[in-house]
Write a protein that binds this ligand. Structure first.
Ligand SMILES: [Fe+2]
Ligand SMILES: [Fe+2]
Length: 180
């Protein structure tokens, strides 16, 4: 069976790579080493568009909705926790944006970046190891197929046809620059 969770797990790998780069950028900023502002902006744009709008958008609008229909509770359950963590992540992204746009503050950027990295690594771990396992067990084959088609349509309609390639290329470029 093709599991809808596989598409989300694949996106997690790209996001985790982005988090490694973000962590390295925070290290450098705290050591007062130069990091180009354009690169910080490109990484924040990746987090806003790829991680939040596309990936969290698919989870919130499509995958979690299917899980709820399959009987996994939102209130006082794992979906509610995941949704609250998406909201918390947005607050750190907003703080990173403010640190780049008002008065440039490398220190504030690095502090918010570290909070985001810690939150999202734990969040991805919980989805991969708990929530997606529940989804793999509970969603029948036709629902998995429907979700995969809906994910493709979401990417094309909401994100635009080439956006995934564009963000993969950004992360590859920044990874070569900051992690090698
Ligand atoms: Fe999530
Ligand atoms: Fe996720």
């Amino acid at each position: 069976m093709n599991y809808a969770s596989q598409d989300l797990r694949d996106e997690h790998e790209v996001i985790l790579h982005g988090l490694e780069i973000l962590e390295e950028m925070a290290d450098r900023l705290e050591d007062r080493q130069p990091v180009e502002i354009e690169d910080l902006e490109a990484l924040v744009d990746f987090l806003k568009q790829f991680a939040d709008r596309c990936h969290h958008g698919k989870e919130e609008g499509l995958y979690f909705a299917s899980l709820e229909k399959a009987g996994i509770p939102r209130q006082n359950g794992p979906i509610g926790v995941m949704l609250a963590e998406h909201v918390e992540g947005r607050s750190y992204i907003a703080r990173m944006t403010t640190a780049l746009t008002d008065v440039y503050s490398p220190r504030d950027f690095a502090t918010a970046a570290r909070s985001y990295v810690e939150l999202l690594r734990n969040h991805i771990g919980k989805e991969n190891q708990v929530l997606f396992m529940m989804g793999d067990q509970r969603l029948p084959e036709d629902e998995q197929a429907r979700l995969l088609t809906a994910f493709e349509a979401y990417e094309a309609d909401v994100m635009g046809p080439d956006s995934h390639e564009k963000f993969h290329a950004t992360i590859e470029r920044l990874g070569k620059k900051y992690l090698s």
